[in-house]
Design a protein around this ligand. Sequence first.
Ligand SMILES: Cc1cn([C@H]2C[C@H](O)[C@@H](COP(=O)(O)OP(=O)(O)O[C@H]3O[C@H](CO)[C@@H](O)[C@H](O)[C@H]3O)O2)c(=O)[nH]c1=O
Length: 351
Amino acid sequence: MKKILITGGAGFIGSHVVRLFVTKYPEYQIFNLDKLTYAGNLANLTDIENQPNYTFVKGDLVDAPFVDALFAEHNFDGVIHLAAESHVDRSITDPMAFVLTNVVGTVNLLNAAKNTWKGNYDGKRFYHVSTDEVYGELHNPEDFFTETTAYDPRSPYSASKASSDHFVRAYGNTYKMPVVITNCSNNYGPNHFPEKLIPLMIHNILNNKPLPVYGKGENVRDWLFVIDHARAIDTVYHKGVLGETYNIGGFNEWKNIDLVKLLCSVMDKKLGRAEGTSEQLITYVTDRAGHDLRYAIDANKIMKELGWEPSLQFEEGLEKTVDWFLANTEWLDNVTSGNYQKYYETMYENR
Ligand SMILES: Cc1cn([C@H]2C[C@H](O)[C@@H](COP(=O)(O)OP(=O)(O)O[C@H]3O[C@H](CO)[C@@H](O)[C@H](O)[C@H]3O)O2)c(=O)[nH]c1=O
């Protein structure tokens, strides 16, 4: 039985990857290693937690002896590394947390794999899940990030992810480790932690709170339904060429303000409120420091070479997402209690 270690499997994207692998591949033993930070939540996985091919391990990638021991015990065949601090705003107020988890954590994991595999890489694979933010920002509407775009990280978050990408490639080159990397655009969908744009807006609309749009709302992001990202990860894990990088995205660009207005209108319909009700909550707030203007990803390589493509149109995905949040208000209430409130009381003055 192949043993696969998925890190960060209790998080938003990770939990969708764990679910897909546990249900699609009963012949794999899936280990989910997660530190259960504020954004990691085992409630994301209750439907599969009793599956015989699923094991949860709580632990911190920064703890090298722990990571070494886990690897030595199981000699994993594959690693899908998603564990990361992921929120740009938090990286602005606490960059070191991002250096530790994203850089030190990744190098600890690489070392553990290297020292356990000892050059015997037959059937082995180290897959690093990364972000399009490593490429910096775009200004010209005709430009897209491709796999050969030079790295230009501009936030502490993207600098930490760029650094971890470089380490993964360096281990591929220096120790000939079997590595593959993907860089994906903005995800959305069920279980998204409500500090990110879409779930935050859903949460605030439900609670009649202001909808904080940074700057003028002119920044552009490319959005992909999280389950399509999980499908892409499955595709790259099984068909991706070692040493390669694949960009993943939806060819689905939205200006923040247009997206928030669309979401307001979907919410009004779902909640039976008059059209325009939620839009009144839109509040322009101080811009994010160093806010990247536009991300746009060229996903042609994964589409043409590996045959992956998104399964959903954005409007459909957004409606599914809203439906999920409306059906899971308990999940939302749980993740927005306690420290969440404290974070939002101080975050605007910290930015
Ligand atoms: C939370 C929040 C965000 N924004 C803006 C900032 C961005 O232009 C856009 C999306 O913000 P966020 O949801 O924080 O996502 P963004 O900074 O683009 O980064 C996301 O997408 C990246 C991929 O591009 C991932 O690597 C990151 O982990 C993920 O957080 O919305 C607002 O205008 N108001 C808000 O309250």
